[in-house]
Structures are given as C-alpha cells and as structure tokens.
Design a protein around this ligand. Structure first.
Ligand SMILES: C[S@@+](CC[C@H](N)C(=O)[O-])C[C@H]1O[C@@H](n2cnc3c(N)ncnc32)[C@H](O)[C@@H]1O
Ligand code: SF4
Length: 419
C-alpha cells in the first residue's frame, strides 16, 4: 500500500490544483492529480467496438519498465496513476513492479481489466500489492451477448474470477482494492443496464460504472446511444435497482464523436476543462497529452519531469485555445467543457482564502498560498470585462460551489491530522 510519507505533497498539490481550476491560467501550478499511464497496448481479446480493432497498424507492447521507474520517481504529489492502455494490463508480467514504484512515492494505483487472467495466483498478488482500485470490464449480463461484445472472453470464467477476488478480499478483511464493474453502453446492450446491476450484486461487487461508447470509426456511429431517451430510461431503471440492492451506480458521459466540430453555445468565451488542467496521459513510448481524445502528442514524460511537461509550450498552447474561446474540434462535443465566469472565480477564491487562513499549515506554506491567491485575484480582475458575465454551466457550478471547497477543506484537514 502507498506510503504516507508523501501525504504532504499530495495535499499541497490538491490545493494548487484547486487554484489552477479556479482561474484556469494556461500555465499551471500543480502536478496532474491523475496520470493515465499506458503500460500495456497488447491484448488477447478482439472486442468488436474497441478502437484496437480499427487502427492500423495497431500498437502492441508494454511500457519499458526502467523508463517508467525513472518517470515514477518524480511523481510524488500525483494522487492516482491509472495503469492502463489500449490493451490488457495484466498481460504485462511486471505489472506489480509498476504498482510498487507508484506506491513508493505515495501515488495510488488503479487499473481496468478484462479479468480473464485473474486466477488464484494473480488474485493473491493483487491483494498483496495493496493496489487501490480495479475496474472490471463487463458489457453484458448474459453469456451470449457478453461473448459477442467481448470476443474471445468467456462469461463464466470472468464471473468465477471476480467472485474469487471478492471472496479473498473478504477473507482477508481487506478494503482494497476497491472493485467496480465497468460497462460500455451501446445500442447492443442498453437494455441490459438493470441486469448489469443485478449481476454485480450476485458477484459481490458494490459499484457499477456505465460509460458511453465512443464510436471507433465513423461507420460505428449508429451504435452510439449517448444522451438518448432510451439510455435515460434504462439508466433510471438501473439506478432504482442499485438503490434496492445497495449497489452504487454511476454514468460517465463521453464525447462519442470527437471528430465532429460542434457549434458551441458561448463561442469566444473563456472555456475550461477539468481534464486539461488536472490530468496527464502518458503514451507507451512516453509522449503525453491531456486527454485520450486528443490525437496530437506532446513532449515525452520520459525526457522531462511532469512539472515541465504540464507547462510545455504544447500543453500551454492547448489550454490557451480553450481559454481563448476557440476549443479544438475534439473538445467541442465534450461533456467536460465548461465556461468560466467571474462570479464563480471570486466566490471560489474567497472560499480557498478562508480555508487557508483557518488551517494550521506551516506559515511558509500559507504565505506561498496567500501570494498565489493575491495574484489570481488580480488576474481575474484583468481577465473578465464587465460584459463577460456568462454564468458557468452545471459542472462548473458544482466544481465551484461544492467540489473545490470540499476538496480544499479535506486536504487541509488531512494535513492537520498528519502533523
Ligand atoms: C480499452 S479497455 C483496456 C483495458 C482492458 N483490456 C479491458 O478491456 O478492460 C478499457 C475500457 O475501455 C472500454 N472500451 C472499449 N472500447 C470502447 C469504446 N469504443 N468506447 C468507450 N469505451 C470503450 C472497455 O470496455 C474497457 O472498459
Ligand atoms: S479487452 Fe480491452 S483492450 Fe482488449 S479488445 Fe477488449 S476492450 Fe480492447
């Protein structure tokens, strides 16, 4: 399990990230809160709607461990590393070495798997590793459709493996890893959402996360049902079933057609995106980007530390495109895009200031944060003209009013309790 030695870095990084999200300067203060590290692009399945089946030539291999280890040594402050990739992570024989390097610098670990390889031995190694989260991909609640959507996988084997993992976790009374079932929703399986929740309950998994299918090519657009009344109806049924069974159910929207240049409501206004300011994707060969949708690649995290990568010319330019009011095509249909607004910035800065003043952070930390707040207030005044008073959308309001202040408070609370 991850070391507590780096708790302080994590907490300071959280506060810096909240400040970054408040004003959305293209240059940022924090390290990414989440790193998505493609440690495996090799796969033994042929899921027909996975992008892997539709890119030529397809990459297939593992991230070089030594390069990963050098990179990981500089990741203290990052909250979570998703060891993922367009492939199966457990095919990477050194998977637990990557986990160990993340934990050594206080970074939590999560992964997503087809679960076919989780036999007795792997179950024990997962539990021994103390890794924090595993998402198990299951796209249907019965064998026939499952076999079609997860071509090459066997429904009963996956169910058996998941049950074994749940059982050993219970025997060891271990809260980790947190398990969830991850289901990609398309026209093929939208009618099975409630059944998926029942399946999770039978397997002993208490979280189900649905996510929109992203069309792997333009020819697959008709499989996307995102935002349709059909999804809404089945998701409501799934949620009701989840409430009855005590299974937590969530839905994550995706930009299902990132190649379409959507019209946007507030053309020219300052936009922001939580991914672009707080996340970093690292490709198998080290190149980076702030979101999986973006095809353009930015400087390598094997060549320079995260801090420099996040503030490289390329990353800063992409954030500037958002704040400059002209989001790139991939961002335009994305549910995470939001419009910044002066009222929320001001309110959030006041919240952050109160939290810092009431904290027992060492004086030098508080001073640094006060200075940052001051400069942010000045920038906010400069940036927003009186005419620019568009109010933020729902996500931004939630971030501004609830999520950010709550996170800052909890970060400070943990600093207090760790002293
Ligand atoms: C690409 S897989 C890689 C990890 C592992 N092989 C697995 O299947 O879980 C990661 C997740 O992406 C989902 N996925 C595959 N194709 C997708 C698509 N076209 N749109 C959205 N999610 C997709 C999978 O169902 C899986 O949950
Ligand atoms: S198992 Fe995962 S990576 Fe492999 S084809 Fe299926 S969705 Fe893609």
């Amino acid at each position: 399990m991850r070391s507590t030695e780096y708790e302080r870095e994590r907490q300071i990084n959280q506060i810096l990230m909240d400040l970054d999200l408040t004003y959305l300067e293209p240059q940022i203060l924090a390290l990414p809160i989440q790193a998505w590290v493609r440690i495996s692009t090799a796969c033994d399945l042929r899921c027909p709607l996975c992008e892997r089946q539709h890119v030529t030539p397809v990459d297939s291999g593992f991230m070089d461990f030594e390069r990963f280890a050098q990179m990981a040594a500089q990741m203290a402050g990052v909250h979570k590393a998703h060891l993922f990739g367009l492939g199966e992570p457990f095919l990477n024989k050194r998977f637990f070495d990557y986990v160990e390097r993340c934990h050594a610098v206080g970074v939590e670990v999560s992964t997503t798997t087809h679960a076919l390889l989780i036999d007795d031995d792997l179950t024990r190694r997962i539990l021994d590793s103390g890794m924090e989260e595993i998402a198990i991909s299951m796209d249907a609640a019965e064998p026939e459709l499952f076999g079609r959507l997860r071509a090459g996988a066997d429904f009963d084997t996956v169910c058996r493996n998941v049950k074994r993992l749940v059982q050993l976790k219970q025997e060891r009374r271990s809260p980790l890893p947190d398990l969830l079932i991850c289901c990609t929703v398309s026209s093929e399986n939208v009618h099975q959402l409630a059944a998926m929740v029942e399946l999770a309950d039978r397997l002993g998994v208490r979280r189900v996360s649905f996510g929109d299918l992203m069309a792997p090519t333009r020819e697959h657009e008709h499989y996307c049902v995102s935002g349709s009344p059909l999804v809404e109806e089945h998701f409501q049924k799934a949620r009701t079933r989840g409430d009855e069974l005590g299974v937590e159910v969530a839905y994550f929207k995706q930009n299902t057609r990132p190649w379409v240049r959507e019209e946007i409501a507030s053309e020219g206004k300052a936009y922001g995106c939580a991914m672009a300011w707080t996340n970093l994707v690292v490709e198998r060969q080290g190149e980076t980007k702030f979101c999986c949708y973006i095809k353009e690649r930015c400087p390598s995290a094997f060549e320079q530390p995260f801090e420099q990568v996040m503030n490289s010319e390329e990353h800063v330019r992409m954030r500037s495109e958002l704040t400059g009011g002209d989001p790139r095509t991939e961002c335009r249909g994305c549910p995470y895009l939001f419009v910044n607004s002066p009222e929320h910035v001001e309110r959030m800065l006041s919240q952050v200031q109160r939290t810092i003043e009431h904290s027992a952070l060492p004086e030098n930390n508080r001073d640094r944060l006060r200075q940052l707040l001051l400069s942010y207030r000045e920038k906010a005044r400069e940036r927003f003209s009186p005419a620019a008073t568009a109010s933020g959308n729902g996500l931004f309001r939630r971030l501004a009013r609830r999520i950010i202040p709550t996170r800052v408070r909890s970060a400070i609370r943990s600093i207090l309790s760790s002293r």
